[in-house]
Design a protein around this ligand. Structure first.
Ligand SMILES: [Cu+2]
Length: 679
C-alpha cells in the first residue's frame, strides 16, 4: 500500500552547484572546437531520403549489465548531459550521461538491485504540483515496463518521488516463472514522464531464457534496438547546444521537427552478411509518434509481442510499433549484397497516434556485405513450445462479473479517463487478487496506446494482414479514436496499488491515468480501506427512499425503464454544489434530448418555493429531493467520515454505468454527455 510505505530516500552531498560550472566549461570547450563550423540546418531531416542514404554512422550496441551469481546490480544516475545527435548537441536529462540507458539483463527467479540516484539540480522555478498539468521536471522514479513484479515498496512503485539530491535502492524480485522476453524501463513520475523519456531516459530490460536458448535460433545474432523520439527546433543554430526543455515537449508549437533515433543515433548503418538471419528486439521508447517499420524487400518474422513469445512465427511486410510496444522479429538479409533501408511510413491514419499520416522516413541503413551466410529461417511450428507456461489462454469461464468500461479522452489540453483526471488518492478500480476480469477500453476522442502495469492482458485484435480476430498477450494496446478494445487480465501474485494509463505520455502527464487497487482478500488492512464510489461498475442501484418538498417519496424504481442521473450534493448553501446544480439546469436541454432525467439529492429539506420553481422549469425531468439521514449517501458509497459529492449515470435497467465520487462536485457537462452517448 503506498500510504503505509515509508519512503526511504537518501540525501546526497549536493551536486547542484557543480552543474552550472560543468555547463559553462562545456560551452567554452564546444565554442572553441566547433565555433567556426558551418553545418547545414535540418541535417537530420529523416524525410530527406538522399541525405539519409548518404549518412554513414555505425549502429551502436548499447552496453549491457548482466546477472552475476543470482543478482543483477547497477546504479542509474539521473543527470544532465550533453550528447550529439547528428550535427546537434543536446543538453538533456539522462541515465548515466547517455542518450540511452544501459541494457539490463535479468533471469527469472533472480533479483534486480537498482540504485536510482537523482543528481539533477533543484528547480529554481517550478510548475504547480497539479495532476492535470506537467510538473516536477527534476523529480523522478522508475518503472519496469511489462515486468510481472510487485508494484509496492522497493519494487515497481511509481508512487515514489525521488527528488534532486536523493537516491533510492530498488529491488525487483523476478518470479521463477516470469516469461522471458524484451521489456524496458523508464521514469514514471507523474507530471514529467514525457519530458524525461523524450530526453533519452529509457533502456532495454531483458529477461533471459525461453527463445534465447532455442536451438532453432542457434548462431542467430541478436540486436537490441531502442527507438526514441526527439523534438528538435527547426531553426536552431547548430553551433550551439539545444536544451530539451519542458516547453519543447509540452508546448512544442510549429517550429519543431521530430527525429526518431535508434540507440541514440540518427539513421545508423547496420551490417548483415548476405542471407544472414538476425533477431531484432524492437522497443518503441519514443514520445508520441507511431512507427510502422518496413525493410523492403525483406519480411519481418514476428516471434514475440511486448516481450511474450507468440508460440509461432508470422511473416509481415511491416511491424507496427506504438509507443510502449515491443516486437521480437527474425530478419533474413537478401542474398544479394547492397544497401537496404529500414523505413517507417504510416498511411493508415486510423492507426496513427497523432491521427495523421507520416510520410516515409529512413530510420537506418542496412549494409548487406561480406562473406555470404545463407541461413535458413526456423519452421513456425517449432516455436509452440516457447509460449510461457505461466500465461495459458484466458477462458470465458474464468471471468468474474460483467466487463468494466473505461473511456479515454483527450480534449484540448485536458486528458482523462471516465471524465476524471488522475488522482493518486482515488482507487478507480478495485480488483481482487487471483481473479480474472474483462474490460472494454474505448476512446471518446483521439488515439491512445493503453498500458497497464504488473499483469499483462489478453486482448482481442484483428491481425493486421489477415484481419482474423485473435486473443494476443500484450501489456500495451493501441485504442484508435472512437474505437473500443476488449481485454482480459489475470491478477496474479502481487497485491497493492498500481496504475493504468495512456502511453502517449503527454496525455499521461496531463491526467490520463488511473489507480488500480489489487486487493488481497487475505489482507485485513486492505479490506478496511474505504473506497469512494462502487468498487466495480456496472452495479444495480441500491434501494433507498428520498423525500420531495411535498412529502412525496422518490425511489430508484420510479425511474426504471428510463435513463437518469443521480446527483448527491451537500446543499444549496455550498457554492460549489449550487454551481454544479445550476450548470446541470442550464444544460438541461442536453439531457432532455438524450431522454435522461436528473434527481438531485442533498441532506437539507427542499423549500416549497424552490420545488415549485423547479417543477415549472423542468416538469418531472429534474427532481429535487432530500436525504436528511444520509442513507442514500451511505448506500451510494458517497460517504467518507462525511457526505461527499457524487454523481451517477443509471441506465433503463437500473444499472449504474458511470460514477464520480469526490471531494469536489463534478462539473464537466461536455464529458458527461459524451459518456451518455457512449452507453
Ligand atoms: Cu492518450
Amino acid at each position: 500500500m503506498k500510504c503505509s510505505f515509508k519512503l526511504r530516500t537518501h540525501n546526497l552531498a549536493s551536486r547542484d552547484f557543480l552543474f552550472p560550472i560543468a555547463l559553462l566549461f562545456y560551452f567554452i570547450a564546444s565554442q572553441t572546437a566547433f565555433g567556426e563550423d558551418e553545418v547545414q540546418k535540418n541535417f537530420i531531416n529523416q524525410h530527406d531520403a538522399e541525405l539519409m542514404k548518404s549518412r554513414d554512422v555505425p549502429f551502436q550496441a548499447i552496453p549491457e549489465i548482466e546477472p552475476e551469481s543470482g543478482r543483477t546490480a547497477l546504479e542509474l544516475v539521473v543527470e544532465f548531459a550533453v550528447n550529439s545527435v547528428g550535427p546537434y548537441r543536446l543538453l538533456h536529462r539522462s541515465y548515466n550521461g547517455k542518450l540511452v540507458g544501459p541494457t539490463i539483463r535479468v533471469k527469472p527467479g533472480e533479483t534486480l538491485e537498482l540504485r536510482l540516484t537523482n543528481a539533477l539540480p533543484r528547480e529554481t522555478q517550478s510548475a504547480p504540483n497539479v495532476a492535470t498539468e506537467p510538473h516536477g521536471f527534476n523529480v523522478t522514479n522508475i518503472h519496469t515496463h511489462g515486468l510481472h513484479v510487485s508494484p509496492t515498496g522497493e519494487s515497481d512503485n511509481v508512487f515514489l518521488d525521488i527528488r534532486p539530491g536523493e537516491y533510492f535502492d530498488f529491488r525487483f524480485e523476478i518470479p521463477k516463472d516470469h516469461p522471458a522476453g524484451t521489456f524496458w524501463y523508464h521514469p514514471h513520475k507523474h507530471g514529467s514522464v514525457a519530458l524525461q523519456m523524450a530526453s533519452g531516459m529509457s533502456g532495454a530490460l531483458i529477461v533471459e531464457g525461453g527463445l534465447d536458448g532455442a536451438p532453432e535460433l542457434a548462431g542467430v545474432q541478436e540486436k537490441v534496438m531502442v527507438f526514441q523520439q526527439l523534438n528538435l527546433p527547426d531553426d536552431v543554430d547548430t553551433n550551439g547546444v539545444i536544451e530539451i526543455t519542458p516547453g519543447s515537449i509540452y508546448k512544442p508549437g510549429n517550429n519543431i521537427f521530430r527525429v526518431t533515433i535508434i540507440n541514440g543515433e540518427v539513421t545508423p548503418t547496420l551490417t548483415m552478411r548476405p542471407g544472414e538471419v538476425q533477431r531484432w528486439r524492437l522497443i518503441h521508447a519514443g514520445l508520441e509518434e507511431t512507427i510502422n517499420l518496413g525493410f523492403d524487400p525483406v519480411k519481418f518474422h514476428e516471434i514475440a509481442l511486448d516481450g511474450i513469445a507468440t508460440g509461432t512465427m508470422t511473416a509481415r511486410s511491416h511491424v507496427e510499433l506504438q509507443p510502449g510496444y515491443r516486437a521480437d522479429v527474425l530478419v533474413k538479409a537478401p542474398v544479394s549484397p547492397g544497401e537496404y533501408y529500414l523505413t517507417s511510413e504510416v498511411n493508415n491514419v486510423s492507426r496513427a497516434i497523432k491521427g495523421r499520416a507520416v510520410p516515409k522516413i529512413i530510420l537506418a541503413r542496412i549494409a548487406v556485405q561480406g562473406e555470404p551466410n545463407d541461413m535458413a529461417l526456423p519452421e513456425p511450428g517449432s516455436f509452440a513450445k516457447y509460449v510461457p507456461a505461466s500465461l495459458p489462454p484466458i477462458t470465458d469461464s474464468e471471468i468474474v462479473g460483467p466487463p468494466r468500461e473505461l473511456r479515454l479522452r483527450r480534449f484540448g489540453m485536458q486528458s482523462d479517463i471516465e471524465c476524471q483526471p488522475f488522482d493518486p488518492g482515488r482507487a478507480d478500480h478495485v480488483v481482487e487478487l487471483s481473479t480474472v476480469e474483462e474490460w472494454n477500453v474505448s476512446s471518446l476522442f483521439d488515439a491512445h496506446p493503453f498500458h497497464i502495469h504488473v499483469n499483462p492482458f489478453q486482448v482481442l485484435v484483428n491481425d493486421p494482414d489477415t484481419g482474423a480476430e485473435n486473443w494476443v498477450w500484450r501489456d500495451t494496446i493501441f485504442v484508435g479514436d472512437g474505437e473500443r478494445v476488449r481485454l482480459r487480465t489475470r491478477y496474479e501474485h502481487f497485491d497493492g496499488d498500481t496504475v493504468l494509463h495512456c502511453h502517449n505520455l503527454d496525455h499521461e502527464d496531463r491526467g490520463m491515468m488511473q489507480v488500480v487497487r489489487i486487493r488481497n482478500p487475505k489482507n485485513a488492512t486492505m479490506l478496511q480501506t474505504v473506497t469512494r464510489g462502487f468498487m466495480r461498475l456496472p452495479v444495480s442501484v441500491p434501494d433507498w427512499t428520498v423525500t420531495m418538498a411535498t412529502g412525496e417519496a422518490v425511489k430508484p424504481d420510479n425511474f426504471l425503464g428510463g435513463k437518469w442521473l443521480l446527483v448527491l450534493h451537500k446543499g444549496f448553501w455550498c457554492i460549489h454544489c449550487s454551481r454544479q446544480i445550476n450548470l446541470l439546469a442550464a444544460d438541461f436541454a442536453e439531457f432532455k434530448e438524450r431522454d435522461v432525467r436528473i434527481l438531485a439529492v442533498c441532506p437539507d429539506l427542499i423549500s416549497i418555493d424552490m420545488d415549485k420553481e423547479w417543477r415549472e422549469r423542468f416538469a418531472s425531468g429534474f427532481v429535487l429531493a432530500s436525504d436528511k439521514s444520509l442513507t442514500v449517501f451511505r448506500a451510494q458509497q458517497c460517504f467518507d467520515k462525511e457526505a461527499l459529492h457524487g454523481i451517477y449515470f443509471i441506465d433503463a435497467e437500473g444499472k449504474i454505468r458511470w460514477q464520480s465520487v469526490a471531494d469536489e462536485p463534478f462539473t464537466d457537462i461536455d464529458c458527461l454527455t459524451q459518456v451518455l452517448d457512449s452507453n
